[in-house]
Write a new protein. Structure first.
Lengths: 505, 499
């Protein structure tokens, strides 16, 4: 019998509907799991004290015949850059010490209304700036596959929570790969929707033109369930689209149909591979592409020289927008306030607060971003980056006129040891080289686990599609997932080492 | 503080040419703020007109107020500007506690309106076309109150309080090009320009336009250049000028102050200056630098606006008449002297008189009633004249006087009755029996009675002293309780004298 914490969304929903288990039991089981192993993993910054009450309320409504959402009772973890009224929001930073938001992020409000149970706030790189979750002010999150390794970042907490069965679903946010790369490093699924598909209202803004909130889960279908709940225009977010989205759950299901890959034109881009990608990762990608071909897909090799400067353009734009978005953390209206010892005025208090409240990586990017917007630098740096961005967009348009999807490795390497993160910023940002182009272009991207290396570390493959074709990445992602499961006999996530006393395969 | 040394104004003008540039901020009276749904009302308790977005709380986002965009287009059109087909917002980044998020959402290189011109008319009749460089949309900052210092300003304060009610209120910032050739009129030009802006926004109905409430704010840039020079001088920017009179005084002061410094061989510091109403002087604020780097970049949370041609044309067609042109038209149509007209404008009775003339009353008659009796009563009761009476009231009165039913004195009584809500003019006349006696009979009787008491009057009149009739007229009017046409009484007396 599968333990509750290993059940996917459909299994949980069926059990709830038949009365086999209650929402309260489901939540309690996950809280137990968290208590059991999160001391080691540190995926959560805050655990929700009121989760069991919320679950009990779902049970009560169901018993009383009151209307509840189809997924009512399913737990969800929330990356700590989405604001919540019932739990603190930290952004994994000291500077938000004590902050309690008076409103819920729109995506949180939508899942609450659907009856999902927020389990807690997950760990991340401070203000989502990083690829390893090591810059958090609340300690590192360890990769459940190997506790001496990083889970990826910035959303390492959500990915680890899902991978280690502490939650079936989690929210992430993806600005340059922060949902997808941790998914790849933890053997789970992570999706960045089309820019504007999901409301950013209530998401701590990092880079407004790049950020998107998206789902993290163990399977494509589970991610699709969360995705369907959160897409759609929000009047609080002028960048969110008025679009009639089709169901991603249906798309995933279609992907599992016989022949769904037949005739699919799949692009493999030279610049989204090459030297930077580790051989064991490249091997997994090759196997995947071969498997697609065997199912009738046509593979095209594509060239996008425009991507050569994408990582640099990304870091400039990200830092510039972040330098403005993080200006609001100034001690005046909320959060940390540090009074310098000498004669204080507002500038000195702001400076002391930000000096103490922000970590080194955040400060480095704020400085870079401020610099890039300065009078003499604006043209070469900021506008230069925007020009590269336009070229990246056009490159995708050109390539998607020839292929239906593009696949690549999600991360050039598998999970690296904790503490091995380089000091050189540009080198580090090369880790994002495979994921940032999708953010620059605003197109949907899904990472699905495709195998495990000889070191028993998971590898993920990324599927990209044109803007608004999110269903396509789910369809192809589900097809790949099915091929992998058939080949290996079990989904990748089930190969995760046992942790703790309870609830592993 | 020692009194600043000033050159005499006339002397300053001999040696230097004053150049001014004016930045006017207009607060729009939309229902809600520029980028949030928080209410846009005056006088609320501090920090009550707020949403999470006004405070820049984490995760908040701006959403554009369409009413504010419409108002801004209307204002741009009224300023004679071109309206941009694609106009975007930009972040102006700087740290200050009155900004909820330490950046202001404004506009940079693509303001919604640009290249316009505003016609103003000075008291002398001189007409100036003020060139408008741009008008753009932005949000206002909150209000800081500094506590504990001697002057209420930040210097020496113990602590400061922030009120975010005003943060996010929609503003249109109007920037002129440098205004040359004003010469001695320059201070008046500055004041009259702001006054005209005020009239325009009032006519459009887009702002409460009360300068004392900060609905309209003016920053005056002043520089001097030596006669014959082609180079612009260094300018100062004077803020905190809260009335038209202050604008005029501040510009004049700066001209005199700068002239003195330049004449002594000194240089002007490019800086922001603060106007002091009590001393009539400006003092240095923070040094102003053209290199104030606000790190502008396009606002990523808001897509650029693309006002449709149809909308712009619609708003253009619906524009009210330019206040300056309207005034000139009315003044000429009514044949008022400049002074008479200016008094009417200053008393805020232009619209009332215009409406009264429209319903058929002679302009001077309309002016007489509004500026005379109605204004007098209004002042007594501390209300606005337009709240007391209507153009129809005045028309009724004027018609009754013209028809001979009432004389001036009676008309005033009837008007008072109308103001007090006793009914229509006709009803009051009947109720109080105020009509002029039109039948000669009673007049002759009264004349006989009066003459009986002053028998020598007729002889005096016959002897050529016609003014002797005055005493009899007075007596008759008294006997008739004012309800006689004094002119007719006089006629009857003269007829008697000729008998």
């Amino acid at each position: 019998m599968t333990h509750i914490t290993q059940m996917g969304v459909e299994a949980l929903v069926t059990s709830l509907e038949t009365g086999e288990i209650s929402a309260r039991e489901i939540t309690a089981a996950h809280l137990d799991r968290i208590r059991d192993i999160d001391g080691e993993v540190n995926a959560f910054i805050t655990v929700n004290e009121t989760a069991e009450q919320a679950a009990a309320e779902v049970d009560r409504k169901r018993a009383a015949g009151e209307p509840i959402g189809a997924l009512a009772g399913v737990p969800v973890a929330v990356k700590d850059m989405l604001v919540t009224t019932d739990m603190p929001t930290t952004g994994a930073s000291k500077i938000l010490e004590g902050y309690r938001s008076p409103f819920d992020a729109t995506v949180v409000r939508r899942v609450r209304e659907a009856g999902l149970i927020p389990l807690g706030k997950t760990n991340m790189d401070e203000f989502a700036m990083g690829s390893t979750t090591e810059t958090s002010a609340f300690g590192v999150t360890r990769n459940p596959w190997d506790l001496e390794r990083v889970p990826g970042g910035s959303g390492g907490g959500s990915a680890a929570a899902v991978a280690a069965c502490m939650a079936p679903l989690a929210f992430g946010s993806d600005t340059g790969g922060s949902i997808r790369q941790p998914a790849a490093l933890t053997g789970t699924v992570g999706v960045k929707p089309t820019y504007g598909a999901v409301s950013r209202y209530g998401a701590l803004a990092l880079a407004s033109s790049l950020d998107q909130v998206g789902p993290a889960a163990r399977t494509v279908t589970d991610a699709a369930y969360l995705h369907d709940l959160i897409v759609g225009h929000d009047e609080h977010d002028s960048t969110s689209h008025q679009h009639d989205w089709t169901s991603m759950v249906t798309a995933a299901s279609e992907g599992r149909n016989e022949g769904s890959l037949k005739g699919l034109k799949v692009g493999v881009v030279n610049q989204l591979g090459g030297e930077g990608v580790a051989p064991e990762v490249h091997d997994q990608l090759s196997h995947t592409v071969t498997a697609l071909e065997a199912q009738g897909a046509e593979v095209h090799i594509l060239d996008a020289p425009e991507f050569d400067r994408a990582a640099e353009a990304y870091i400039v734009l990200l830092s510039a927008e972040a330098s403005s978005n993080l200006a609001k953390f100034d001690s005046v209206r909320f959060g940390l306030r540090v009074q310098p010892s000498e004669q204080a005025n507002v500038e000195s208090v702001m400076g002391a607060t930000r000096g103490e409240g922000f970590g080194a990586e955040v400060k480095r990017r704020l400085l870079l971003g401020t610099f890039a917007l300065e009078h003499g630098q604006y043209d070469p740096l900021f506008l230069g980056a925007q020009r590269v961005r336009t070229l990246v967009i056009r490159a995708f348009e050109r390539m998607f006129s020839q292929v239906d999807v593009i696949v690549s490795a999600t991360s050039p390497v598998t999970a690296q040891p904790l503490g091995s993160r380089g000091e050189h910023p540009v080198q580090e940002h090369r880790a994002d080289m495979l994921t940032t182009p999708a953010n620059l272009a605003g197109i949907p991207a899904l990472s699905v686990p495709v195998g495990v290396t000889d070191e028993h570390l998971p590898v993920g493959v990324q599927v990209l599609a044109p803007a608004f074709e999110d269903a396509r990445v789910y369809r192809v992602g589900a097809a790949i997932e099915q091929l992998v499961t058939e080949r290996n006999g079990a989904p990748v996530w089930q190969s995760i080492p046992t942790l703790g006393g309870k609830a592993n395969a | 503080m020692a009194k600043t040394k000033l050159m005499k104004f006339e002397q300053a003008l001999e040696q230097f040419e004053p150049v001014i540039g004016l930045e006017v901020h207009v607060e729009l009276n939309t229902k809600t703020k520029m980028f949030t749904t928080a209410p846009n009302t005056f006088g609320a308790e501090p920090n009550t007109n707020l949403t999470a977005t006004c405070l820049g709380l984490p995760g908040t986002l701006p959403v554009v107020n369409e009413e504010a965009v419409r108002y801004s287009i209307q204002l741009g059109l009224a300023l004679g500007c071109e309206i941009r087909e694609k106009t975007g917002f930009a972040r102006k980044n700087y740290f200050y506690p009155d900004l909820g998020k330490n950046y202001q959402i404004s506009q940079a290189d693509d303001p919604i309106a640009y290249d316009g011109s505003v016609e103003i008319e000075l008291a002398s009749g001189r007409v100036i076309h003020v060139p408008i460089e741009r008008a753009h949309m932005e949000e206002d900052a909150g209000k800081l109150t500094h506590v504990g210092g001697a002057t209420g300003r930040i210097q020496g304060a113990e602590y400061s309080l922030v009120d975010y009610n005003r943060a996010g209120v929609p503003l249109v910032e109007i920037v002129t090009r440098p205004i040359f050739g004003g010469e001695a009129d320059t201070p008046e030009i500055a004041a009259q320009y702001v006054s005209t802006i005020r009239d325009i926004v009032v006519a459009l109905g887009i702002s409460d336009a009360r300068m004392e409430r900060g609905n309209i704010r003016c920053d005056a840039n002043v520089s001097l250049r030596p006669r014959g020079s082609d180079n612009l001088g260094t300018r100062t920017e004077t803020k905190n000028v809260n009335s038209l009179r202050s604008i005029e005084r501040a510009v004049r002061f700066e001209i005199q102050r700068q002239a003195h410094i330049l004449a002594e061989g000194g240089t002007i510091t490019q800086e922001t200056r603060h106007w002091h109403e009590d001393t009539g002087e400006t003092s240095p604020g923070r040094p102003k630098s053209d290199a104030d780097d606000y790190r502008y970049f396009p606002e990523p949370d808001i897509a650029p606006l693309t006002p449709s041609r149809d909308l712009i044309d619609q708003l253009q067609t619906a524009l009210p008449e330019h206040p300056t042109l309207r005034r000139r038209r009315l003044r000429e149509a009514w044949s008022f002297s400049r002074l008479e007209f200016q008094d009417v404008v200053n008393a805020n009775l232009l619209d009332a008189i215009d409406e009264t003339v429209t319903v058929g009353v002679e302009p001077q008659t309309a002016r007489k009633w509004w500026m005379g009796e109605i204004a007098r009563i209004a002042k007594e009761r501390s209300v606005e004249p337009a709240e007391l009476a209507t153009p129809q009231n005045v028309a009724e009165i004027a018609e009754l006087v013209a028809a001979g039913t009432l004389n001036d004195k009676l008309a005033r009584e009837v008007l008072q009755g109308m103001i007090d809500g006793e009914g229509s003019a006709q009803e009051i006349i009947e109720a109080r029996g105020l009509a002029l006696v039109s039948d000669d009979g009673p007049l002759i009787e009264a004349i006989d009675t009066a003459l009986a008491q002053q028998p020598d009057v007729i002889d005096k009149i016959r002897a050529g002293k016609v003014q002797a009739a005055g005493a009899v007229i007075g007596a008759v009017m008294k006997a008739m309780r004012g309800q006689a046409d004094a002119a007719r009484v006089r006629e009857l007396i003269m007829e008697r004298a000729e008998q």
